[in-house]
Design a protein around this ligand. Structure first.
Ligand SMILES: [Zn+2]
Length: 184
């Protein structure tokens, strides 16, 4: 599937995807007519540190009962979740904005969530590693806003993200859905 991810924003969008499944080619084998629903993935985030919440829906390319599929599965992700991350996209957005404005230590102190300092530092590093990929993806949508040269790369990336997805509740969720890739 060449790294391309599928996302849905809400139940309506998921239902629309389900209604088209029979007409949708499998991302692995390209066969049409074999995709069926196959449960969900659950996990924790800052809103639900104790109780698991649904993160993705699974789809199976059926090879049972003489179906023509390849037998593989893939995930359709909630646009506000990120693979292997215990924060929602809006939690990550707030955290990164704070880190860029006041420094990583202040951001860690202010976030008030179930994640340890070490995990939050790792998330910050993960964002750092993803920056050039994010910037390249954003260039395809709009030029970066002009910021004074003293702004650090991380601040530039967040400003670029906001310019590319203005007036949305969470630019990271919109990024994931529009570009069909995880933000980090
Ligand atoms: Zn398949």
């Amino acid at each position: 599937m060449a790294g391309e991810r599928w996302f849905y924003r809400n139940t309506e969008e998921w239902i629309a995807i389900v209604e088209r499944l029979k007409l949708t080619p499998c991302p692995h084998c390209k066969v049409v007519g074999a995709l069926i629903r196959h449960g969900s993935l659950y996990g924790f985030d800052e809103h639900n540190p104790q109780r698991k919440t649904r993160r993705a829906r699974r789809v199976f390319c059926s090879n049972r009962q003489a179906r023509p599929g390849c037998g593989r599965t893939f995930s359709v992700w909630a646009a506000d979740k990120i693979r292997r991350l215990g924060l929602t996209t809006s939690g990550l957005w707030r955290f990164l904005q704070r880190a860029v404005a006041d420094g990583i230590r202040a951001a860690i102190r202010s976030i008030d969530c179930h994640l340890s300092d070490r995990t939050l530092l790792r998330i910050w590093k993960r964002f750092h590693h993803a920056q050039s990929k994010i910037r390249t993806a954003l260039f395809g949508r709009c030029p970066p806003p002009e910021l004074p040269a003293e702004h650090r790369p991380a601040a530039q990336v967040l400003a670029h993200l906001q310019a590319a997805f203005p007036d949305v509740p969470c630019p990271i969720a919109s990024f994931q859905q529009a570009l069909r890739t995880f933000f980090v």
